[in-house]
Write a protein that binds this ligand. Structure first.
Ligand code: NAG
Ligand code: NAG
Ligand code: NAG
Ligand code: NAG
Ligand code: NAG
Length: 579
């Protein structure tokens, strides 16, 4: 009897224990934070339609989720753009503004303290396991990779300079191991195996994960042949995997009105470019095809990664995101291959997201930028937003309450030179492929009522385009500002407002980057360009301090960037009272 009773007690006890386990498991699955898989390409355009040539990315990410159709970068160059993305801050707040020291690159990222203070570190603190393969930053090299090692990743396998862009002779560096050469292997295929391995590691743990896969396609190839003997590295067209080498034989760069136009366009230095001859045009079409071909191995990798996730028990709890570090131009405004300008081709990039709670096949037209990505991940992971974020969560429709502040502006900034890539690129300053003084601040403003781009250059060049009537930015209205009307007013009134907005944006921090009009109108009565256009503010905007530079610098030298703060609007003041 005693024995039976004991058995019964044991049985009941076990059941209770089993119940408890079940409950715990249920609670755990319910509160487990979502995972992230972030696929991040290099120099991939949106405007020349490259994503349309990636059927897996289209059908398995874009069509299954949301396309952010007006997504912009804040600096159109790899390293500054990436540091802004990983910190959620404008480049003027990271001061990582270039690809190499003294103004940029991995060493500058480290010396600015970001190796201890960027997204993967924050996600680890929130309980995430984090993984990365591919290119992180420029000047993250065989010389700098361990000085110090990159923080924030539980597993990493980085591409290292100077071999990052050698499609057939890459060097990768895993965790704290020594760099390893993959001479003779195709880099994206090498990366695919690494990415699948890291994803397996991520899936093996019970913690939520963040996995980034950052292939170099469709960036130019860099040929290091003979560099040891004093030759300089050559940027060539990207190289596809042999199985993709013959695809798209008839495809050409879209012949938009700004492609090698008969009339000059753009800022002063762009206006010095000559009309391109057929040899150059043919070459650019070749570069375009090579870019699309190089993206095919990325598309295959996307397919493989999603399939692996589908076969796991975490597929329904994983956000899959696709984007690129900056856009690219090829012949628009007569420009040789490259990035770094503020034109649409360089600042627009694809952004797709699918995952738990995200509706299928939707398109969001609201303006979003790369500095919004870290806040977006924070919100999806239900981590409180950081005060130093210059961005705000993207409006991802989901069940949870959103802290997203809708905005109509993008701040685009650049310091230093532009670089032309590929053959026929030595047409820059003194026969080099460089043009110095490509330093500018600009505001891209986009809503249902207007679609504008305004820039101020370090040489005090100005551009103003109305993209609702001039989507290819061929007609700079700045010089015509007294004769052109816009939104029912003389254009000068619009420019005064946009310049004042740029004055705030060029040195904004945190919330002033997100709600810049509040700086100009502290009473909160104005929240958009449309509201600022009210004639009652004409005096204020006319006398407002203007954006200007006193010199062209290769980096963020604040003393050369003119006035930093302007006036605040005060009610009821007349001309006399202001002056
Ligand atoms: C990932 O790294 C973080 C930070 O070092 C650590 O706390 C965590 O335990 C690691 N995860 C695993 C599965 O080792
Ligand atoms: C390939 O990379 C290795 C270093 O990883 C280098 O020593 C070698 O010279 C490179 N080969 C070519 C053809 O560039
Ligand atoms: C076309 O222009 C390029 C670059 O300026 C030049 O190198 C080439 O010789 C030109 N070709 C012809 C056929 O004029
Ligand atoms: C670049 O700007 C500097 C300083 O503002 C000026 O001295 C120099 O002449 C400019 N160079 C070119 C090539 O325009
Ligand atoms: C940005 O970094 C450069 C290079 O170190 C430095 O000269 C400059 O003063 C810094 N700018 C600001 C605003 O801190």
């Amino acid at each position: 009897m005693m024995f039976v009773l004991a058995l019964v007690a044991l049985f009941v006890g076990c059941q209770a224990l089993a119940m408890q386990h079940l409950l715990l498991a249920e609670v755990e699955t319910r509160v487990r934070k979502p995972n992230f898989l972030f696929i991040f390409t290099d120099d991939q355009d949106l405007q020349m339609n490259s994503p349309a040539y990636m059927p897996q990315t289209q059908s398995r990410i874009k069509d299954e989720g949301i396309e952010f159709a007006n997504h912009f970068v804040t600096t159109s160059l790899c390293c500054p753009s990436r540091v802004s993305l990983w910190t959620g801050r404008q480049a003027h707040n990271t001061n990582v503004t270039d690809v190499s020291p003294p103004y940029g690159g991995y060493p500058k990222f480290v010396s600015q303290g970001f190796n201890d203070n960027f997204l993967p570190v924050w996600l680890q603190s929130a309980g995430y396991n984090t993984f990365y393969t591919g290119k992180l930053f420029n000047a993250h090299s065989v010389f700098t990779y361990n000085a110090p090692f990159v923080n924030g990743f539980n597993g990493s396998d980085f591409l290292l300079d100077p071999f990052t862009y050698s499609y057939w002779n890459s060097t990768y560096q895993r965790n704290h191991e020594a760099p390893r050469s993959y001479q003779g292997q195709y880099t994206t295929d090498v990366m695919k195996e690494k990415a699948l391995g890291l994803l397996d590691d991520a899936l093996a743990s019970d913690s939520p994960f963040f996995v980034t896969v950052a292939p170099i396609a469709p960036h130019s190839n860099i040929d290091l042949d003979g560099v040891g003997d004093g030759a300089s590295p050559q940027m060539t067209e990207p190289l596809p995997a042999p199985r993709h080498a013959d695809l798209f034989p008839d495809v050409k760069v879209p012949r938009t009105p700004n492609f090698n136009p008969l009339v000059k366009s753009g800022a002063s230095w762009v206006q010095t470019l000559e009309l391109q001859n057929q040899t150059v045009i043919d070459y650019q079409d070749h570069v375009y095809r090579q870019r699309l071909r190089a993206l095919q191995a990325v598309d295959e990798m996307v397919d493989a990664l999603i399939t692996r996730l589908e076969d796991s028990d975490q597929f329904d709890n994983t956000y899959i995101i696709y984007s690129a570090d900056n856009g690219y131009h090829l012949g628009q405004h007569r420009l040789p291959p490259g990035k770094t300008t503020g034109y649409e081709e360089d600042i627009r990039v694809p952004f797709y997201i699918r995952g738990p709670g995200i509706p299928k096949g939707q398109k969001v037209d609201r303006v979003t930028t790369h500095i919004d990505i870290a806040p977006t991940l924070f919100e999806l992971a239900q981590i409180p937003l950081r005060k130093d974020f210059d961005g705000t969560p993207m409006p991802v429709p989901s069940d949870q309450e959103t802290k997203s502040i809708l905005h109509e502006h993008v701040t685009v900034e650049f310091w230093g030179h532009t670089l032309f890539e590929g053959k026929y690129s030595n047409i820059g300053f003194e026969g080099t492929s460089k043009i110095p003084n490509n330093t500018y601040k600009s505001a891209r403003i986009l809503s249902k009522e207007y679609n504008l781009y305004y820039s101020v250059w370090c040489g005090n060049d100005h551009e103003f385009y109305d993209l609702s009537t001039d989507p290819y930015q061929m007609d700079n209205l700045y010089a015509k500002r007294d004769s052109v009307m816009m939104l029912g007013r003389s254009l000068q009134y619009v420019i005064d407002r946009v310049d004042a907005l740029l004055l705030v944006l060029k040195s904004c921090q945190g919330n002033t980057c997100i709600e810049p009009w509040k700086v100009l109108h502290p009473d909160g009565s104005v929240a958009s360009l449309k509201e600022a256009l009210d004639p009652q503010f004409d005096v204020f905007y006319t006398i407002q301090t203007k954006v200007e530079f006193t010199a062209c610098e290769a980096g963020y030298i604040i003393a050369s960037e003119g006035p930093q703060v302007g006036l605040e609007y005060r009610d009821g003041l007349s001309w006399d009272a202001w002056t």
